[in-house]
Design a protein around this ligand. Structure first.
Ligand code: KG4
Ligand code: ZN
Length: 351
């Protein structure tokens, strides 16, 4: 069974064809990230306009790469939330129109949940993918770390899962992006912080780890601690504008802040994951989302000594392969089938 996945929840316009949930036949992603860089974050209006421009070429490209025409496609799955309203709307309206025109079943996909399914892609003939030999087996702990989500989830089956904890304020990716802004690094902040951190001392600054209940997270306090430390280290008070900090900090100071921030944030996450693995006695950890691209995180999780799934970097950040894979499992279980004339977006959709 071949599913066409469509993903437009943020700034990536993506389409992919996946067979039987695990074989990647095509994976096309176009990002409007360069247009947002000058603003230091994603501008919703620009993202939506860019989706309109790219959605058809990206879908056509995915079908061509998969060597498919419409008669080969069994169903269309599309992200309907959570995400930016205008962005989601472009993907959903396009998927609805295609489902109606070509008479295909339409499956509505939850973006955060779909991130986990980057780990269910095990085969491809496309070049430069490093994939696991088998799909994760249930039960497992899912760790979703992206620009919009930080969640620890217990998965008992494809459709039976429980969110054990989540962020109460900023998502981890958002914290990386905000700290990068303080240090004058380009958006997105994750990769630039990691790069700079390599030149810094991770033990130089003792940033606080917020006390949250059990598996919940909080990252906004950590971001503020970075801001206060940066202001203090140039001899200014907490009223000093964050925009002007980066030009006053030395490269050494910036690198130490980046390394200490990265170490604290990742230690905080890994400690919570360790506790969840112990409490629920599962033998696998399945990691997903843009922040799963972080090398320091990958190294620390690998030391936990359990079966670890982390997708290829191309399947960590937003893509439609994960949307098509989850679409397959939902279709098989007869879940989330939508009325092509009715499916609406849900920008604040929860897991
Ligand atoms: O999953 P994703 O592509 O989009 C959302 O669903 O949010 O995640 C994007 C986030 C950004 O905040 C970005 O800074 C972060 O992933 N990110 C990283 C790294 N690469 C991307 N964070 C830490 N280290 C990285 N290497
Ligand atoms: Zn995402």
């Amino acid at each position: 069974m071949k599913i066409l996945g469509i993903e437009t929840s943020c700034d990536e316009t993506a389409a992919a064809v996946v067979e039987n949930g695990h074989t990647l036949l095509s994976n096309k992603v176009t990002s409007s990230i360069d247009l947002h860089k000058v603003y230091g974050g994603v501008v919703p209006e620009i993202a939506a306009r860019s989706h309109i421009e790219y959605i058809i070429p990206v879908i056509t490209g995915a079908l061509e790469e998969a060597n498919c025409n419409w008669s080969d496609i069994d169903a269309i799955s599309v992200t309907y939330g959570a995400g930016l309203g205008g962005s989601l709307l472009v993907g959903v309206i396009t998927a609805r129109s295609l489902a109606i025109s070509f008479n295909k079943p339409l499956i509505a996909i939850n973006h955060a949940r779909s991130h986990i399914y980057g780990n269910f892609i095990t085969k491809t003939e496309l070049k430069n993918y490093s994939l696991p030999k088998s799909t994760p087996s249930f039960p497992f702990i899912g760790l979703i770390l992206s620009g919009g989500h930080s969640q620890i989830v217990l998965f008992k089956s494809h459709s039976d899962y429980k969110v054990l904890g989540k962020t109460q304020d900023d998502a981890i990716g958002e914290a990386f992006d905000k700290v990068a802004k303080i240090l004058g690094l380009p958006y997105p902040g994750g990769p630039s912080i990691s790069k700079l951190a390599q030149a810094g001392d991770p033990d130089k600054i003792d940033f606080p780890k917020p006390h949250m209940q059990k598996y919940d997270f909080s990252f906004s306090g950590l971001k503020t601690a970075v801001l206060r430390y940066a202001q203090k280290s140039i001899g200014e008070s907490y009223t000093f504008p964050s925009k002007m900090l980066s030009e006053r900090l030395t490269m050494r100071q910036k690198a130490d802040i980046a390394a200490s921030f990265e170490k604290t944030a990742i230690e905080y996450i890994v400690d919570k994951v360790k506790a969840a693995l112990k409490e629920f006695k599962v033998s696998s950890l399945v990691v997903a989302g843009g922040v799963a691209a972080n090398m320091h995180l990958r190294k620390e999780l690998a030391r936990l000594g359990i079966e670890l799934f982390i997708p290829d970097i191309k399947l960590c950040t937003d893509n439609a392969a994960m949307v098509a894979s989850l679409g397959y499992y939902l279709f098989k279980e007869n879940k989330q089938k939508s009325e092509p004339y009715k499916l609406d977006i849900e920008p604040s959709l929860m897991m």
